[in-house]
Design a protein around this ligand. Structure first.
Ligand code: ASP
Ligand code: SER
Ligand code: ZN
Length: 610
């Protein structure tokens, strides 16, 4: 994710406009321009302060850093709320496209008039963020019982159990242990969402979900409809993959644990949120295929240090003609989990002065997963660097889905051929065949789609008031069962907050962006491969070393948010719509294979309905 000051959507500001006789005379275009300029200056200053404070809070979780960070955020949302309100004055005025766009962007914010409300809101958010970062499970018995009584497992340790263990009891204990953590901040989340709604309504939005949906250059209802259209487009592919996973999981975990139909227990997918299934690869590998290349093994055995992993990532970007990262990046980033303090380990990218102080913060382990996440985070960094010449309000992604898609696009080019070229893989290492490679990719990219879709389906309902706090778990699991096809390992107990076990809920970061990003990255990849004159199948294309692709990419990145996103998309791909077609094309050979393989497995396991 990209870390903006708390409440990215509020992140815009100014008292000036309010003080300059707002109500009386009709405003002029000249006043609008000077208002915008003052707003950008003020916002930039407060955003930097809030970023710095939050960087420290996330790197040293204590009551004090949390408070300092929430105070800085309060200043920022005060300003952004006032500016949003003041920007309305210029409605109806004839302005240039740039000014009109900036006034629109300024109004994508909530407004809380009372200092007490703003303080409460920012403290609640900083508190949940810290609680997530500190979260631990301390088993007293069961398979995860520690050798030293009282020892606890942090998120990283629990994720490792999920990834590596094949003992359903251990998996379940890790899963339940992590999901207990969120219970402690459920009430805070409820209070937080009420305040966020209050702020959104003061700006004329129906609720905070509507405010979120308004950030896509189209009416919010149209955006909701578009999300549904896209999910329908890719759902059949997911259904095929889930069906395949069901057959294979039944072989591993037995028919009692993995039902012939209906949702499958969520703790069996190798991941705390069942959102990415790459750790199931050894179980789901096509029968009879030679095992593919194991990058995690190589990274751990050489060993390749976390910093070297980031250097390799940087090397991909510079091969496209992009600039090397500045020395400050290497000095100031966090690459390794510190042993002596609490940090928020969820990977993120930052830019502290908004132009020349980029950093990432990540607790890197020598795994394939983290290697790809590094490329993801560097995508944010390079986007930030590319649009630094834009003015403050345009220094953002074309939309937030674009921001999440950049690094993933680059990571799609991390192919066996590329790994050979840079010497991480040797000529003797098996590359795996196409189906094997596509399956590995699908376990990340296709498995993720329903999860990415449903997180905000749920939050839109929470913000919209259709889901009440007493129904949080019930409504969350209805969606997880219907959309993702996974079920809670055990019935929920009252007062739980399973959605809050996901970082983006605890930190109130919208999630539709990841759904969009997972479709956009294939559109970007297809266009860049064309530019790089790669004519083979999409999954074998790597744009590594292609200056032509790099230039085309950079041209879009430099636009930042200065144009409506369809224009940015068109500049790179010639298309103007988000479309699942590129993803479907990428996985076409796998879809055919899954159809055949599922039919075969069905004949061996006829209890599973066609
Ligand atoms: N920080 C990234 C995400 O939230 C990648 C990750 O940690 O999975 O976008
Ligand atoms: N980074 C995002 C997450 O952790 C999407 O993969 O959920
Ligand atoms: Zn990201």
């Amino acid at each position: 994710m990209i870390r903006r000051p708390l409440l990215a959507q509020w992140a815009v500001l100014v008292a000036l406009a309010l003080s300059t006789g707002a109500a009386l005379a009709e405003p002029t275009a000249a006043q609008a321009r000077s208002f915008i300029q003052a707003a950008e200056t003020r916002l930039e200053d407060l955003a930097i302060r809030a970023q710095r404070a939050q960087w420290v809070a996330d790197n040293f979780i204590t009551v004090d850093t949390e408070l300092i960070s929430s105070q800085a955020s309060e200043q920022l949302i005060k300003a952004s709320g006032e500016l949003a309100l003041a920007a309305r004055r210029f409605k109806g005025l004839k302005l240039g496209a740039i000014e009109a766009r900036k006034l629109g962007l300024l109004q994508l914010s909530g407004y809380l008039s009372q200092a007490a409300d703003r303080e409460r809101l920012t403290r609640l958010l900083a508190g949940m963020n810290g609680a997530y970062g500190r979260g631990k499970s301390c088993p007293q018995d069961g398979p995860l019982k520690p050798a030293t009584p009282g020892d606890c497992l942090d998120l990283g340790a629990l994720e490792q159990v999920m990834a590596e263990s094949r003992d359903p009891a251990a998996l379940k204990q890790a899963w339940l242990g992590w999901h207990e953590v969120a219970r402690s901040y459920k009430d805070d989340y409820v209070a937080y969402t009420a305040l966020a709604n209050q702020g959104a309504r003061a700006m004329g939005y129906r609720d905070n979900g509507a405010l979120w949906r308004s950030g896509y250059d189209m009416p919010e209802q149209a955006f909701a409809a578009d999300m549904e259209r896209l999910w329908r487009q890719v759902q059949p592919l997911y259904a095929e993959l889930l069906r395949y996973a069901r057959f294979k999981l039944r072989q591993t975990y037995g028919r009692d644990l993995v039902p012939a139909q209906g949702p499958i227990p969520a703790h069996l997918f190798g991941n705390l949120w069942s959102q990415s299934w790459e750790y199931l690869y050894p179980l789901l590998r096509p029968e009879g295929s030679a095992p593919g290349f194991d990058l995690s093994r190589v990274l751990a055995q050489r060993p390749v240090s976390p910093k070297e992993m980031v250097r390799i990532g940087e090397g991909f970007y510079t091969s496209l003609g992009l600039e090397p990262l500045p020395p400050s990046f290497w000095e100031r980033s966090l690459f390794v989990k510190p042993q002596d303090r609490e940090v928020v380990c969820h990977a993120s990218a930052w830019n502290l002065t908004e132009s020349d102080d980029p950093r990432i913060k990540m607790c890197i382990r020598p795994t394939d997963e983290d290697f790809l996440t590094i490329h993801h985070e560097l995508g944010h960094v390079y986007y930030d660097l590319a649009y630094r010449q834009q003015s403050k309000l345009f220094r953002a992604g074309a939309n937030d889905g674009f921001h999440e898609a950049i690094g993933d696009t680059v990571a799609l080019s991390v192919t066996p051929d590329y790994l050979r070229q840079i010497g991480l893989m040797s000529a003797r290492d098996p590359a795996g065949d196409d189906i094997d490679a596509l399956l590995k990719q699908a376990l990340q990219k296709i498995a993720f789609l329903p999860f990415a879709y449903l997180v905000d389906q749920w939050r839109w309902q929470v913000y919209g008031g259709q889901v009440k706090p007493e129904d949080f778990d019930a409504s969350w699991w209805r969606l997880r069962e219907q959309v993702q096809g996974v079920s809670r390992p055990e019935p929920a107990r009252p007062g739980g907050f399973d959605a809050g076990a996901k970082y983006h809920v605890a930190s109130d970061t919208s999630y539709a962006r990841y759904f969009l990003a997972h479709l956009l990255q294939f559109q970007f990849h297809r266009a860049l491969c064309r530019e790089a004159r790669q004519t083979g199948p999409l999954h074998r294309c790597s744009i590594f070393g292609s200056r032509a692709a790099g230039a085309k990419f950079q041209a879009m990145l430099q636009m930042g948010a200065s144009k409506p996103w369809p224009e940015a998309l068109q500049a790179l791909t010639g298309e103007r719509q988000v479309d699942g077609g590129a993803l479907i094309e990428y996985f076409a050979p796998l879809q055919t294979w899954l159809g055949r393989e599922n039919a075969r497995l069905q004949s061996l396991d006829p209890e599973v309905r066609p």
